[in-house]
Design a protein around this ligand. Structure first.
Ligand code: SAH
Ligand code: DHB
Ligand code: MG
Length: 217
C-alpha cells in the first residue's frame, strides 16, 4: 500500500461523496497565492469534521489554528442558523487570508477569527462550546486540552489533528516537540476521568496521520 494508492482512493472518495465547491476551491487557491503552508486538512478530513459537528448538533464551535480558514469553512457550514464559530490564529497574515476566505463562503457573520497566541486568547472566551477542533502548534496540545475542558459542557466533543505523524507518535524518546506534545496530550486525556477518547489513524492526500477524538462526560 503506497501513497499513490492513498491519493487515488482519497480522490475517488472526494469526487464521489464530497465534490469540490467554489468557496472551498477559492480558499485553497487564495491560501496558496498568499504563500500559506499547504497544511490544511484534506477535503475528506474537512468533511469528516463537518459531519462530526453536525452529528452532535453543535451550535458553538471553537477552532484553535485557523491558517487560511479551510477547516473553518467546513466547520462553519455544519452550524444551524444562529450558530457561531470562533477560530484562533497567531499569525495576522493567516487571519486576514482566512477572513477573506470565510467571507467568500458566506460565513463572515458566522465565523469570528481572533488573532493572538491561543493561550493568551483562550481565557477571554466565554463557554460553553459544543465542539472543538484543535490544530495549532502541537507542543501546546496539553495546555489547549485543559483550556478547552474549562470551556466545555457535558457532551462536548474535542478533535485534535495530526496525532500520528507517520507513526512517530510511538517513539517515547522522540526529540520532536510535536511528538512529545501529542504524547503528553494523550497522557493528560487518559488521566482525566471526565473525558473518554480514542485516536483514529488516517491515510490519504495528507499522508499517514490521525485524529484524536474525545467526548466530555
Ligand atoms: N486548521 C487549519 C490548519 C491550521 S495550521 C486547516 O485545516 O485549514 C496551524 C495554524 O496554527 C497556523 O496557521 C499557525 O499560524 C497557527 N498557530 C501556531 N501557533 C499558534 C498559537 N500559539 N496560537 C494560535 N495559532 C497558532
Ligand atoms: C503541520 C501542521 C498541521 O496542522 C498539519 O495538519 C500538518 C503539518 C506542520 O506544522 O508541519
Ligand atoms: Mg493539522
Amino acid at each position: 500500500m503506497t501513497q499513490k494508492t492513498w491519493d487515488d482512493v482519497d480522490h475517488y472518495i472526494v469526487e464521489t461523496l464530497a465534490p469540490p465547491d467554489a468557496a472551498l476551491g477559492l480558499a485553497v487557491e487564495a491560501s496558496r497565492a498568499a504563500g500559506l503552508p499547504d497544511i490544511a486538512v484534506s477535503p475528506a478530513q474537512g468533511k469528516l469534521l463537518h459531519l462530526l459537528a453536525r452529528l452532535m448538533k453543535a451550535r458553538r464551535i471553537l477552532e484553535i489554528g485557523t491558517l487560511g480558514g479551510y477547516s473553518a469553512i467546513w466547520l462553519g457550514r455544519a452550524l444551524p442558523p444562529g450558530g457561531k464559530l470562533v477560530t484562533l490564529e497567531y499569525s495576522p497574515k493567516h487571519a486576514e487570508v482566512a477572513r477573506a476566505n470565510l467571507a467568500r463562503a458566506g460565513l463572515a457573520q458566522v465565523a469570528k477569527v481572533k488573532v493572538g497566541a491561543a493561550l493568551d486568547v483562550l481565557p477571554s472566551l466565554e463557554g460553553p462550546f459544543d465542539f472543538f477542533f484543535i490544530d495549532a502548534n502541537k507542543d501546546g496540545y496539553p495546555d489547549y486540552f485543559c483550556a478547552c475542558l474549562g470551556l466545555a459542557r457535558p457532551g462536548s466533543v474535542m478533535v485534535f489533528d495530526n496525532v500520528v505523524r507517520d507513526g512517530a507518535v510511538i517513539d517515547a524518546a522522540s526529540k520532536d516537540a510535536m511528538v512529545q506534545g501529542v504524547r503528553r496530550l494523550n497522557e493528560a486525556i487518559a488521566a482525566e476521568p471526565r473525558v473518554s477518547a480514542t485516536a483514529i489513524q488516517t491515510v490519504g492526500v495528507k499522508g499517514y496521520d490521525g485524529f484524536c477524538i474525545a467526548v466530555v462526560a
